[in-house]
Design a binder for this molecule. Structure first.
Ligand code: FE2
Length: 469
């Protein structure tokens, strides 16, 4: 039984298993149901918001929480758990002060005077969203900020990097690493022009190319996609509008009249090379993958009809329209036409593929299956097979919810899906967290191992896998 009791709070994101944990812990002798595969070697990582000092519980937004990493290191059939805060400057200043210094995104216009000390960063680099692994470096990411270098196995924070002063823009939580070339493609979005800036970091970790990308108005561009040849930008209509916020409206809102378009640019192209293709209006938070196919560029992502971002996604009566499904766009660069269609009727997000094949054609997409009644809640994990156009699901069971599951190839993997899906699940009836390891070639049989976590693991954002070298 987990010893940390989940809190009851008025804010959805501070309640139950969304509530933060207080301590950094280590565990080695954990109870395992089934057995941990001996051909699994590396670190499973999950990051998420774990707020310590909160300005206003009522106004707290889940994007504001201090980053905490939960990690399980697998080796020769054994597992070792650690959780650590990401110790960037804003976090350390609040720890030293013993109270909040930064107010949070819903409180920017609150008249309470700021407590941010002179000379301190104007905002916290929370590093609470996702991971990237590139050039033997692990980054924890936060899209308004610079990437934070994290050391394994101990999860020590080395700190943010600006790539020798060359990174001049915020850095998405979802850069793409093309393992065929070793390059990492990234972008950032901003309230001020240029609203989007794109960069390429070479295999040796040098930022070698940057270009602004012109769009009509600033949008919440959480993710993008990359093929072997092209980088794809999603100018979809979750708009950012400071004046709307000052007038009492939401800073972020779904504005369908803005339309939806996908920009296609050669990997080392510039703003003038971007070709924009109009597509049906909708909302995309996460892409799965993209690739080149003859004259076509193929993009697969989770897409919803609309978005409730202004309501923080909590409008439960609207989930039919705000929860995404897997969807495909085929952009023909020769004819200029776009064919688009849904791929699966299962509502899902947190799309993942085998990372070793990112930017190149993949057959399988994995994703977290939405609970159709409760916002931000995932009932299971799914695998979509693009060859057979079929979806397989493993459901976690009654009162059991998970998050992103990551694909971890087994040692000497021979096929695309030769490996495991790993993710945390929380049983809300018993307040018990588990780490599930599922054979990616056989979801229906359920986990090959379930590690009973000695400490509660709150719901979080993205997961990652760093294979042992
Ligand atoms: Fe994300």
């Amino acid at each position: 039984m987990a010893e940390t009791t989940a809190a009851t709070a008025t804010n959805f994101f501070l309640d139950g298993n969304f509530a933060p944990v207080d301590e950094e812990r280590d565990a080695t002798d954990m109870t395992v149901q089934g057995s941990i595969p001996s051909d699994l070697s590396g670190h499973f990582l999950r990051v998420g918001p774990n707020p310590v000092h909160i300005f206003s519980e009522e106004a707290y937004h889940t994007f504001d929480g201090d980053g905490m990493i939960h990690a399980i290191e697998f080796h020769a059939g054994t597992a070792r758990y650690r959780n650590r805060f990401v110790q960037n400057e804003g976090f350390k200043l609040e720890q030293a002060h013993g109270d909040w210094l930064y107010k949070g995104m819903n409180s920017m216009l609150d008249p309470t005077p700021s407590r941010v000390p002179e000379g301190a960063p104007a905002s916290k680099n929370l590093a609470n969203t996702a991971f990237a692994v590139h050039n033997n470096t692990l980054y924890a990411l936060h899209e308004p900020s610079q990437p934070t270098v994290i050391r394994l196995p101990g999860l020590e924070t080395e700190g943010p990097t600006d790539f020798d002063g060359k990174l001049q823009h915020p850095f998405t939580a979802h850069p793409k690493v093309d393992q065929a070339t070793g390059e990492m493609m990234t972008f950032g979005y901003s309230f001020q022009a240029p609203y989007v800036t794109y960069s390429v970091i070479d295999a040796g970790g040098k930022l070698v190319h940057s270009t602004p990308i012109t769009i009509a108005k600033p949008v919440f561009m959480h993710d993008f996609a990359v093929t072997g040849k092209y980088s794809l930008f999603l100018d979809f209509p979750i708009t950012l509008d400071i004046e709307r916020a000052i007038a009492g409206g939401p800073a972020l809102d779904f504005e369908p009249e803005h339309g939806s378009r996908i920009g296609v640019m050669p990997r080392f192209g510039t703003d003038a090379d971007v070709r924009w293709f109009d597509v049906e209006t909708g909302s995309v938070v996460h892409t799965a993958n993209a690739w080149d196919d003859g004259d076509e560029v193929v993009l697969q992502a989770s897409r919803s009809k609309t978005s409730d971002i202004a309501g923080a996604g909590l409008a439960a009566e609207n989930l039919d329209d705000t929860q995404g499904h897997l969807y495909e766009w085929r952009i023909n660069l020769k004819t200029g036409t776009v064919r688009e269609r849904p791929l699966s009727s299962v509502r899902c997000d947190f799309t993942r593929v085998n990372d070793t094949l990112a930017c190149h054609q993949t057959r399988y997409t994995y994703a977290a299956v939405f609970n159709p009644q409760r916002p931000f809640s995932f009932d299971g994990v799914m695998k979509f097979d693009d060859d057979t156009q079929s979806t397989t699901i493993f459901e976690y069971g009654e009162q059991r919810f998970g998050g992103e599951a990551v694909f971890a190839p087994r040692i000497n993997a021979q096929e695309e899906d030769d490996g495991y899906l790993i993710g945390f699940v929380h049983d809300e009836a018993s307040n018990q967290s588990e780490c599930l390891i599922i054979d990616a070639q056989d979801l229906a049989s359920g986990p090959v191992a379930s590690i009973i976590m000695p400490f509660r693991v709150p719901y979080g954002f993205h997961a990652g896998w760093v294979a042992s070298t």
